[in-house]
Ligand binder design. Structure first.
Ligand code: ATP
Ligand code: LTN
Length: 333
């Protein structure tokens, strides 16, 4: 009998327009996986409300995120793409997993530490238990692989630990998921402070490239990128700004660091920054075009996310029902 294809699960928060970091570190890897694996992708609006969101903007960002993922090549004939709050099994399994996650392990999560420092006036329980909900997303589908950027590695380790603990306590059920992190571009850094990751929620608009920025804006932001006072385009310890630009250029052109150094020998940072801007803008152009078409057809989007939520529910329900049974809940008639 042919072996079943492995299952991929990943999610992204609708907390704003996606950045080049989200794209290179995560989303661009999603479409190519569709031929080799069964893929389930999700816009995680429930995770987004762990920090305060304007309700009108959240709804708009969720639809935009859905359209943007389609624009980046998610193909609904091959994959499932849905909105997290539409599929109740995520919240249901989250509760079981919360009851099997330790306070101590959640306290060690660096994202919690960072976000609770940044949002000191609202350190809510959802922010603290964010990783249990993420584990529920993944385990509800018994995903084998989870494509994410490097910053999510710790959350994935927690998901594995919780899955293992559950299996030990109640009997084998969950697959232990593996992270799937790209070699180049797993951590795209801020253009204004290359020691920090590029993030949608950065207050400085010059720090991040948004995938929907137009060509002039993209080139302008790269021209302003913070670099050191050297002039040679080469990858070296401590040259964080240039290293970041090289990694971005490499991931959109496919060129190696040696090739890039040779291409810009004797040309200085100015030329290099413009070339990075142009390469990124040209790479993103088809996505912007697809997005413009999709976002103007709300009826089509609704059809897609409704049908896909049903598929996701049908799939995850079988696994979550088994988990309910295993912990001792009475089976529904
Ligand atoms: P926020 O700023 O709201 O916390 P974010 O920009 O960090 O959001 P998420 O929605 O948390 O984005 O992440 C979506 C995916 O993008 C994850 O897989 C994450 O690892 C990846 N990612 C986010 N930022 C970067 C980055 N700078 N470089 C590489 N990958 C990234
Ligand atoms: N925490 C993730 C988003 C996320 C996710 C997931 C990623 C929520 N649930 C399940 C992979 C699998 C982040 O990117 N910040």
């Amino acid at each position: 009998m042919a072996e079943e294809k492995k299952l991929i699960f990943s999610g992204i928060q609708p907390t704003g327009t996606f950045t080049l970091g989200n794209y290179i570190g995560a989303i661009r890897n999603w479409a190519p996986l569709q031929d080799q694996y069964r893929c389930v992708y999700c816009v995680v609006d429930m995770h987004a409300i762990t920090v305060r969101q304007d309700p009108v903007k959240l709804r708009q960002h969720t639809l935009e995120a859905y359209a943007l993922l389609l624009a980046c090549g998610i193909d609904l004939d091959k994959s499932i793409l849905f909105i997290q709050s539409h599929v109740r099994t995520h919240a249901e399994l989250n509760w079981l997993l919360c009851c099997n996650t330790q306070f101590g392990e959640l306290s060690r999560m660096t994202q919690f530490k960072d976000k609770s420092a940044r949002h000191a006036d609202d350190v809510n329980a959802g922010l603290f238990t964010y990783p249990s909900l993420m584990a529920a997303d993944i385990l509800a589908y018994n995903a084998d692989l989870v494509p994410v950027g490097a910053d999510q590695k710790q959350h994935l380790e927690l998901a594995r630990n919780v899955a293992q603990r559950f299996n030990q306590r109640y009997g084998e059920l969950f697959t232990l998921p593996e992270p799937y992190i790209p070699d180049v571009g797993a951590r795209v850094m801020s253009l204004q402070d290359p020691t920090k990751k590029m993030s949608k929620s950065d207050e400085n608009p010059n720090a991040c490239i948004l995938i929907l920025d137009d060509k002039d804006t993209i080139i302008r932001k790269f021209k302003r990128a913070v670099t050191d006072s050297d002039a040679e385009v080469c990858y070296r310890e401590g040259k964080d700004g240039i290293n970041n630009l090289m990694s971005i250029y490499s991931s959109v052109t496919g060129k190696s660091y040696e090739e890039i150094t040779a291409e810009f020998a004797g040309r200085g940072y100015g030329d290099f920054k413009v070339a990075v801007g142009e390469a990124v803008a040209d790479h993103l152009q088809p996505i912007r075009d697809n997005f413009a078409r999709l976002i103007s057809d709300k009826a089509y989007l609704k059809e897609c996310y409704t049908a896909n939520a049903e598929k996701a529910l049908r799939y995850s329900q079988r696994i979550v029902a088994k988990a309910f049974h295993k912990v001792g809940f009475v089976d529904k008639g």
